[in-house]
Write a protein of this length. Structure first.
Length: 53
């Protein structure tokens, strides 16, 4: 409940959410403070997934 309060989630908001949704929000909040050394380019994405043609 403390973590939900930190995210400003009300009881009514929580009643419409799964635990997984709350965990995802907590993870995303923690990731906001991370510094990533490299940001993928479109070329990187196409090399990994293919062009999709």
């Amino acid at each position: 409940m403390l973590r939900c309060a930190e995210l400003n989630l009300s009881d009514s908001a929580l009643s419409n959410m799964t635990m997984g949704m709350v965990y995802d929000m907590l993870i995303e909040r923690a990731n906001d403070n991370e510094k990533y050394p490299y940001k993928a380019t479109q070329e990187d994405i196409e090399r990994f997934f293919g062009r999709g043609d």
